[in-house]
Design a protein around this ligand. Structure first.
Ligand SMILES: NC(=O)c1ccc[n+]([C@@H]2O[C@H](COP(=O)([O-])OP(=O)(O)OC[C@H]3O[C@@H](n4cnc5c(N)ncnc54)[C@H](OP(=O)(O)O)[C@@H]3O)[C@@H](O)[C@H]2O)c1
Length: 298
């Protein structure tokens, strides 16, 4: 047994130096979490002078990073994290590929739908690449912690090792996803937050028809929304399902559909979700409800 206490300590690999490309919602939240986890962010890269660079500078000031528009600023970074919209990912990767030596670097993106192949131009230049998608929503002004957030990962072995360590360090839970599942996976995520938000916006329109303005509707709905999520977390979807469909109140559903004719988008959403409820959730008088919903189609 050695007397030297340092001989007992595990050898810690130094944390890689990170560069963030794109100071948008995801890029900003990620950079802050990485900083809190002890990572050094070397540079935040913007795509043009003006607004884009100003945003990068603001984020850079907050997390102690430089802001730049010249891709050569990425030279020292071990990990380059592309946080740009899906629609420009391939173009951005293409644009960065020729500008520096990528051998030994790790390039990551956080798109839910795109695979690591989107970073092929960087892979061809020597980078190891992966996609690292947090199942979380990031909007302007919110700072969700990444602790406990699941991250879906796929890509090259070396990039995956680096990404798994980073996800662990920010408190997330990394798991593997197959390339061919990514689009469906992202559709799932889109239901969980963006389309759920669209449902809330639709709900406000229905409240307006009942004489409740949007602001009051939002305030008054918060308790039932929070309880619904708590019930879902505690019991699952079937256990959290209440209302006229589970009770089989066919007349009530009929009357809802009638008044919702005045809000066609809400009527369509109601009917689509009611059909899903009949498929996936417990309900009394399923056949009568199904007939009612089908008759609405004609
Ligand atoms: N937001 C979320 O909830 C969320 C969750 C998980 C994953 N993601 C993923 O994160 C990525 C970014 O999404 P986001 O919601 O953060 O988008 P966003 O808020 O629109 O931010 C994108 C950022 O990229 C910048 N940008 C665009 N083209 C660029 C380029 N060629 N070089 C450098 N910067 C460039 C934009 O700058 P300008 O605004 O100045 O044009 C903007 O700051 C996407 O792949 C998305 O799928 C997002």
């Amino acid at each position: 047994m050695s007397d030297a206490p340092s001989a007992m300590l595990p050898v810690m690999a130094p944390k890689p130096l990170i560069a963030i490309v794109g100071a948008g919602n995801l890029g900003s939240a990620l950079a802050r979490s990485l900083r809190r986890a002890g990572y050094v962010i070397d540079v935040v890269l913007a795509h043009s002078p003006g607004k884009s660079l100003r945003k990068a500078k603001r984020l850079g000031n907050e997390i102690g990073a430089r802001a730049a528009i010249d891709p050569s600023a990425l030279e020292d970074a071990d990990v380059v994290w592309l946080c740009v919209p899906d629609s420009v990912m391939a173009h951005a990767a293409d644009g960065l590929a020729e500008k520096l030596d990528w051998s030994g670097k790790t390039a990551l993106h956080s798109s839910g739908a795109l695979t690591s192949d989107e970073l092929a131009p960087l892979r061809r230049r020597g980078a190891s690449v992966a996609s690292v998608h947090p199942l979380m929503t990031f909007v302007c002004g919110s700072r969700p912690p990444l602790a406990g957030v699941p991250f879906a990962l796929e890509g090259d072995a070396r990039a995956l090792r680096v990404a798994r360590q980073i996800v662990r360090d920010v408190g997330g839970n990394a798991y593997s996803i197959r390339k061919q599942d990514k689009v469906t996976y992202h559709a799932w995520g889109t239901f969980a937050s963006p389309l759920f938000t669209a449902l809330l916006a639709t709900t406000e329109q229905v409240a307006a028809r009942a004489g409740v303005n949007r602001k009051s509707a939002r305030r008054r709905m918060i308790p039932i929304l929070l309880q619904t999520l708590a019930n879902y977390a505690a019991f699952d979807a079937a256990g959290a399902f209440s209302g006229p469909i589970v009770r089989g109140d066919v007349d009530t559903v009929k009357r809802h559909l009638r008044v919702l004719r005045k809000v066609p988008a809400a009527e369509a959403a109601y009917a689509a979700l009611a059909r899903a409820a009949l498929l996936y959730l417990p309900a009394k008088k399923k056949n009568s409800l199904r007939k009612l919903l089908n008759s609405r189609l004609h």
